[in-house]
Design a protein around this ligand. Structure first.
Ligand SMILES: *Cc1c(COP(=O)(O)O)cnc(C)c1O
Length: 376
């Protein structure tokens, strides 16, 4: 059996090696390392894939979030509502820009931000909502957009984990995750669903003015060469990374179905187990399974993960600490117990290997050992 990994980038590379090597070699031959043809080509292909007017490539997903908030001209003290159950980057950029992160709890089934809790958190100072499409499913965007419209708020989608996911509206139409709010952000970190071979990110919008402003912000706030009308940042996607992404974007839908096949296998093995809850599939979104995350009950999670480790099965906890209990983000506004769903999830979830190269032999081995531990 092939060695198990949370993400098997090497096997995936070997499968597409000829194309990847050729794409990288072309960039080296051209020496257009920054803003080369591979970057503009990838940008167009991603715009087409997402059905969005503008894609602005940048250096990573965290920058994508920061640039969005800079372009919206949010001011220190403005409140930004986001989820208490996410990767730190979401709250980090809010804090860095001296905005006030206002946390709200999540739905226990989908792990995504709870619209009713958003509504309760809106104040006259609220300027934006940042939903995170966690683990590969789009958050309830229809509800979120109507709250935003009612209170005149911006919506920035953190789509670092759900690129390619489709969101279905009540009227039967659909849109890609990240193209529904004012701005969508993604990361091309190697282990993401669309990952490059280093750091990378992108911002999406259908708004021409916002796109123009974000292109200025990522380029040192420069309007005309060496004339800086705004304080910006330097955030670019390297041409070599864009060349890798073009090869993988062409396979993104195929990759999502491979992930779903692995998830179906896990579901079949764990469904109805009294100590496990398989990931809830939200009816209004397709699931691209960035992570396969189970909720345990009555299980010594640490012992389970150690047992799996002894069988060379990696397992991870996404995420062990709720946002309001992170040391750097402790805030007198919040105390333990304020976000009971998030706190419960942090104590009970674990994630199994999830990637495009899992084969039935590996999946059988993993599920067998999880059940062996639970049933002994
Ligand atoms: C990965 C991730 C980010 C940050 O992306 P980087 O490219 O690592 O900066 C932000 N938000 C979420 C939800 C992520 O999963």
């Amino acid at each position: 059996m092939k060695k198990l990994q949370m993400v098997d980038l090497r096997s995936q590379y070997l499968d597409i090696k000829a194309e990847i090597d050729k794409g990288i070699q072309e960039v080296i031959d051209s020496c257009a390392f920054i803003n080369g043809a591979a970057v503009s080509g990838f940008q167009k292909e991603l715009e087409q894939f997402l059905g969005v007017k503008h894609v602005i490539p940048c250096a990573n997903g965290t920058d994508a979030l920061q640039v969005s908030m800079m372009a919206l001209d949010l001011k220190p003290g403005d409140e930004v509502i986001t989820t208490s159950f996410t990767f730190i980057a979401t709250a980090e950029v809010i804090a860095l820009l001296k905005l006030v992160p206002v946390l709200v709890d999540v739905d226990p089934g989908t792990f995504n931000i709870d619209p009713a809790a958003i509504e309760r958190a809106v104040t006259p100072k609220t300027k934006a909502i940042v939903p995170v499409h966690l683990f590969g499913q789009t958050a309830p965007m229809e509800e979120i957009m109507s709250i935003a419209a009612k209170h005149n708020l911006f919506v920035i989608e953190d789509n670092c984990q759900a690129i390619g996911s489709d969101y279905y509206f009540n009227d039967g139409t659909s849109k890609k995750a990240g193209t529904i709010g004012n701005i969508g952000c993604t990361s091309f970190f190697p282990s993401k669903n669309l990952g490059c071979y280093g750091d990378g990110g992108a911002i999406f919008t259908n708004d021409d003015d916002l796109a123009k402003q974000m292109r200025i912000v990522v380029n040192h706030g420069m309007t005309v060469r060496y004339y800086h009308d705004y304080i910006g940042v330097n955030s670019r996607l390297d041409s070599i990374q864009a060349a890798v992404l073009r090869v993988k974007l062409a396979r993104l839908d195929e990759y999502a179905s491979r992930r779903r096949r692995a998830a179906d296998f896990y579901d079949n093995a764990f469904n109805n187990h009294p100590k496990l809850r398989v990931p809830v599939r939200y009816a209004k979104s397709s699931h691209v399974f960035h992570q396969y995350t189970l909720v345990t009950s009555g299980v010594d999670r640490k012992a389970l993960i150690e047992y799996l480790g002894s069988k060379e099965i990696p397992a991870m906890i996404y995420y062990p600490v709720p946002m309001h209990m992170q040391k750097a983000y402790l805030d007198p506004r919040y105390k333990p117990g304020d976000f009971p769903v998030t706190e419960h999830l942090c104590e009970t979830v674990f994630s199994l290997p999830m990637h495009t190269e899992l084969d039935p032999e590996q999946l059988t081995y993993i599920t067998h050992h999880v059940l062996e531990f639970l049933n002994r």
